[in-house]
Design a protein around this ligand. Structure first.
Ligand SMILES: [Zn+2]
Length: 77
């Protein structure tokens, strides 16, 4: 039996853009777009992810952003 291995390297390289194998398990590196749903990967832009399909931006520290919202109190005094 013969196996085709010609495109193996190329294929792995492509997959590594979106998936990472850790401890024998495949981990998804990039998140899916909240708007477009599963199948639409978001691009990594450092501190945020952006969907190239709809333009949706998702901040990596979204949890912290919501927590650290500066609520200025203008009603004081
Ligand atoms: Zn999208």
């Amino acid at each position: 039996m013969k196996y085709k291995v010609a495109s193996k390297e190329k294929k792995n390289k492509f997959i590594s853009l979106y998936y990472k194998i850790e401890g024998g398990k495949i981990k998804r590196v990039l998140p899916f777009c909240d708007r477009c749903g599963p199948g639409f990967f978001m691009a990594d832009h450092g501190n945020r992810y952006t969907c190239g399909h709809c333009g949706f931006t998702k901040y990596k520290s979204a949890r912290n952003l919501g927590k650290a919202s500066n609520e200025k109190d203008y009603s004081s005094d």
